[in-house]
Design a binder for this molecule. Structure first.
Ligand code: SF4
Length: 178
């Protein structure tokens, strides 16, 4: 079934429709998010299932996986991230152009999961900012889809000024990025 996006809130009359630029750009961004899957273990398999015909991520305008960070909008981190891999993940994040969002899929990416060991990063938010966390070990594809919908909401409602705001800059400073 083809999903038709709802028009953003605006003023409507015979032969015209007016809304703000923020909302039009938000609508376009939310429905054309290109994901970069950074999958290292079992949660990555769940993500593959989410991409398959049964769950069909393409319904959300996301069928085009980007393995180049420069052409990706969402970083999907799925799986155990070792401390050694932390700088690589951070470099991938830094190479993505703004605006960008990060989704942490599963217990391992979000908190280290069951691997409370010397070698495993206890959550990717130690190295990059995260927008949406998806719980579970592993999360089901429905949960991953729910996370995607939440990122779409963030993209849809984000002000065009947000990325230049002092709050956003403070967040980047916290991570010593940029
Ligand atoms: S959260 Fe569970 S399923 Fe996901 S990578 Fe970790 S151990 Fe595997």
């Amino acid at each position: 079934m083809v999903k038709i996006s709802q028009a953003p809130p605006g003023i409507e009359g015979p032969g015209f429709f007016a809304t703000s630029l923020d909302k039009v750009i938000g609508l376009a961004r939310a429905n054309s998010l290109w994901p970069l899957p950074f999958a290292t273990s079992c949660c990555g398999i769940e993500f593959m299932a989410t991409m398959g015909s049964n769950y069909d991520l393409a319904r959300f305008g996301m069928e085009r996986m980007s393995f180049s960070p420069r052409q990706a909008d969402i970083l999907l981190v799925a799986g155990t991230i070792s401390k050694k891999l932390g700088p690589v993940l951070r470099q991938v994040y830094e190479q993505m152009a703004e605006p960008k969002w990060v989704m942490s899929i599963g217990a391992c990416a979000s908190s280290g999961g069951i691997f409370d060991t010397y070698s495993v990063l206890q959550g990717i938010d130690k190295v990059i900012p995260v927008d949406v966390y998806v719980p579970g070990c592993p999360p089901r594809p429905e949960q991953i889809l729910d996370g995607v919908l939440k990122i779409q909401e963030l993209a849809k409602n984000e002000s065009l000024r947000h990325r230049n705001s002092s709050e956003y800059q403070a967040l980047m400073d916290q991570y010593k990025i940029g």
